[in-house]
Design a protein around this ligand. Structure first.
Ligand SMILES: [Zn+2]
Length: 136
């Protein structure tokens, strides 16, 4: 094995301020990070999936929903996440030609799925638009 890059990563296991479900759309990466910091989320377990909440609300296959729920359970078990942040964004490739209201409805539906699976979690819902972040 040949070392190609030196970097000192923290060794200590962390406590996550939240488990965060976002789309992998890189246009919103910076605003997500800044907004989370503003909401008191410095360290988080981020689940990045195209369409974000759609994987819970209307999964392409039932296995997708189970996979996300398992990632959430792992975040809770390993890093003590007590907060789930569900997001969606405008102009999402998982919703081509669909209005933002459909994304927002899926975020609400996803919140119900989370509440049913993990009733102890605090669930927050946000919609990211090109001019800022909205609570939904
Ligand atoms: Zn997207």
């Amino acid at each position: 094995m040949q070392k190609l890059f030196h970097f000192d990563s923290p060794v200590e296991v962390y406590r996550a301020d939240a488990c965060v479900l976002t789309c992998f759309d890189a246009r919103f990466e910076l605003v997500v990070r800044k907004f989370l910091r503003r909401r008191g989320v410095a360290l988080c377990d981020q689940i990045k999936i195209p369409g974000a909440a759609k994987a819970l609300a209307r999964p392409a296959s039932e296995g997708d929903r189970d996979f996300v729920l398992r990632m959430l359970a792992t975040s809770m078990a390993l890093h003590g996440s007590a907060r789930m942040i569900l997001t969606g964004h405008n102009d999402c490739g998982a919703y081509i030609g669909r209005p933002p209201e459909e994304v927002i409805a899926d975020i609400a539906r996803a919140a119900e799925v989370i509440r049913a699976a993990q009733p102890s979690l605090a669930v927050e819902r946000y919609f990211f638009d090109f001019d800022g972040v909205y609570q939904v």
